[in-house]
Design a protein around this ligand. Structure first.
Ligand code: GAL
Length: 679
């Protein structure tokens, strides 16, 4: 579907070869007609061929319940089409207009402590509100009927960042829908009482009507209730997504449907691997959170998005040309960052590079958020960088439609474990699931090792080394799958607080890490979380956050590192059990990216995995590979602020880099793309 879509984005030159999509959210309702014409001219200058229109246009399109105003949007669609620009048309349902919330305040979300989330910002609607749904689907139908045959329409953009502000709603609508969801999951109250462990604290339910979302309570709400509410909330929005999608498919079955995910730091409410199958192609929004691992995090998120998309291409629907407006301090990007950040997403499978937004707003909460056309206008560094990127993306047209070439190392990222491991009343409140996974990823980048970030829906057997950090929730089936993986010669690495609970968040008894105890050949009697600032020394490296009191129970276990200090001094800290040609390793403390880079070589060696990069470039360059039937596309990303030579690489240089004395040289923060024939 993506290829068909991309082949429609041929601009005014008529060349039907698929090309990468390039563009932005476009909010013409904030500007006058004269500006629209100028916009299209500048879009052409920048090489833009796709814009997302109408995302926050509900109040403009439907000024009152039975009043519709499409004239302005018709004009915008016509103008864009005449300019050779395709439209990813929003269903416009993201933010309900004041007339709707005034007439129906019962669509407003309610917080855990019972406060109403009032209108005034955006996305103030309950995912489970039947009233909201009726009004939203009416709008979706109108939009689809109106633009079904418009030649500018190339894709549908459902709502916007579903769940960004309203993932958790504790209203009465949510309570009713949660009960229905629980009935479907458990069938009987007996099963629910067992799963929720309601023998504890006198919580036994005798009627479905007694069940509630985990609203503000006197102490820690029931953990399984909390976990189920997270699952339910993700499912409720998924169900809403399907409702919009079904209307669109009924009216325009041939137009692909997407919605923009938020695979990035800080967003964990939506179980995207579970949503991905509901849409025709995956889209993602990503914003850099400045900090020491910021570009590693960008790469990690793009890589995980590719994993969610099953290795197929996806769309980068939003990122920023420079500063955002919603961080405590909003840092401008440095020269080169705009291009490198965009191309890093392409390296990991993005077939579209889009920004929020086309023209920087003059008013409203996002007026300090960067855009493709900044306040300064087109005579600006940002617009020149935007135009330069447009030219680079044109050169990368051959990459469009190519898939990711699987790496030999996989990092498992699992939503259930993310949700459950960070719940309250645990050994530590400091555990950060995503950070642990990111640290492993950073360590692999530092060693020049390519890895795929994958979900538990992926065929894990294809990886030679599988790293599953904090794999906390391990149902029996997953334990069996991992055991078979190792027995068949795979090398598994897991960490502290893994294998501890089943899908109901019940402890696997008999010693930790219950579900993986035999596979790892160790037994943990007690967890030893560390206080803030406390550290523990290992044979090699320093641990924080967590330690375990480990006993080795299997003769095939080798201790790779001991604790040298702390209450478990002299005991094993890192272990590995050999199982035929495979192995299962356990890391019981938080080593951080640097510490893991010290440990990883022996784990990689066991799996026979080596860097594909020239020695001098390891750690300084990230390599990602896409491929199609004829070619491999090597993306070489300079992670540093210095030039990096890459001797010994051959291929046709599609973009970036310079050839000096037979070596490809990357300028600071530059990305080069080499095409090689597939063997
Ligand atoms: C996204 C959102 C956009 C815009 C952007 C600013 O979350 O979809 O509408 O608000 O953030 O960074």
């Amino acid at each position: 579907m993506i290829s068909t879509l991309l082949s429609q984005l041929h601009g005014t030159d008529g060349d039907p070869t698929p090309r990468l999509a390039y563009g932005a959210d476009y909010n013409p309702e904030q500007w006058s007609r004269e500006v629209w014409k100028e916009d299209v001219r500048l879009m052409q200058e920048a090489g833009v061929n796709l814009v997302s229109v109408g995302i926050f246009s509900w109040a403009r399109i439907q000024p009152a319940q039975d009043e519709w105003d499409f004239a302005w949007l018709d004009e915008v669609m016509d103008l864009l089409h005449a300019g050779g620009i395709g439209v990813d048309l929003a269903t416009a349902t993201a933010s309900p207009p004041p007339w709707l919330t005034t007439a129906h305040p019962e669509i407003l979300p309610v917080t855990a402590s019972g406060e109403t989330v009032w209108p005034g910002a955006r996305q103030h609607w309950r995912p489970t509100s039947p009233v909201f749904r009726t009004h939203a689907l009416r709008l979706v139908r109108k939009m689809a009927e109106r633009y079904a045959n418009h030649p500018a329409l190339v894709a549908w953009h459902i709502s916007n960042e579903l769940g960004c502000h309203n993932i958790y709603d504790y209203s009465d609508d949510a309570a009713r829908a949660f009960r229905d969801w629980l009935r479907a999951r458990y069938t009987t109250l007996e099963a629910l009482n067992h799963a929720w462990g309601t023998a504890f604290w006198s919580q036994r339910y005798s009627d479905w009507e007694q069940l509630l979302p985990p609203r503000l309570a006197a102490s820690h709400p029931n953990p399984t209730q909390q976990l189920d509410f997270k699952r339910f909330s993700s499912d409720a929005l998924k169900e809403y997504l399907r409702a919009e999608r079904d209307v669109l498919r009924e009216i325009t079955p041939e137009v692909p449907v997407t919605t923009n995910f938020m695979v990035m730091g800080g967003t964990k409410g939506m179980n995207y691997p579970d949503w991905a199958g509901e849409i025709d192609f995956v889209s993602n929004d990503h914003y850099v959170h400045p900090g020491p691992q910021d570009r590693d995090e960008l790469s990690f998120s793009a890589n995980l998005t590719s994993g969610i998309a099953g290795g197929r291409p996806w769309f980068l629907m939003e990122h920023s040309t420079s500063a955002v407006n919603w961080q405590p301090v909003n840092v401008a990007k440095r020269p080169g960052d705009l291009s490198r950040d965009s191309l890093l997403h392409v390296a990991h499978g993005a077939d579209a590079v889009c920004f929020f937004q086309w023209r920087q707003s003059a008013a409203g909460a996002e007026k300090y958020h960067s855009a493709m056309v900044p306040h300064a206008g087109s005579d600006s560094e940002v617009f020149r960088a935007v135009t330069g990127l447009g030219q680079t993306l044109r050169k990368l047209a051959p990459v469009a439609g190519s898939e990711r070439e699987p790496a030999r190392v996989g990092i498992v990222f699992d939503w259930d474990s993310w949700w459950a491991s960070e719940q309250d009343s645990h050994p530590t409140a400091r555990l950060d699931y995503r950070q642990e996974a990111l640290d492993w990823y950073s360590a692999l980048l530092a060693l020049g090792i390519r890895a795929d970030v994958v979900t538990t829906k992926t065929d894990l057997a294809r990886y030679e080394l599988l790293i599953a950090p904090v794999l906390h929730v391990v149902p029996a089936a997953l334990a069996g799958q991992l055991t078979r993986y190792v027995e068949n010669g795979g090398h598994l690495v897991t960490t502290y607080f893994s294998g501890v609970v089943d899908e109901n968040d019940h402890i696997w008894l008999g010693g930790h890490p219950g579900a993986l105890r035999e596979l790892l050949g160790i037994r943990i009697e007690e967890f030893g979380p560390l206080l803030d600032g406390d550290t523990v020394e290992l044979d090699a490296g320093t641990g924080t956050l967590w330690t375990d009191r480990i006993t080795v129970t299997d003769p095939e276990v080798e201790v790779l590192a001991h604790y040298r200090t702390g209450v478990y001094e002299g005991r094993p800290a890192v272990t590995r059990r050999t199982v035929g040609g495979g192995s299962a390793a356990y890391v019981s403390t938080r080593l951080g990216a640097d510490g893991l880079a010290g440990l990883l070589p022996q784990l990689l060696a066991a799996a026979g995995v080596e860097s594909e990069l020239p020695a001098a470039a390891r750690g300084r360059v990230e390599q990602a590979v896409r491929r199609d039937a004829d070619s491999r596309y090597l993306f070489l990303v300079n992670r540093t602020d210095e030039s990096v030579p890459l001797p010994g690489l051959s291929g046709e240089l599609l973009a970036g880099g310079a050839e000096t004395d037979g070596a490809l040289v990357l300028a600071p923060r530059e990305v080069a793309v080499l095409r090689q024939p597939t063997l």
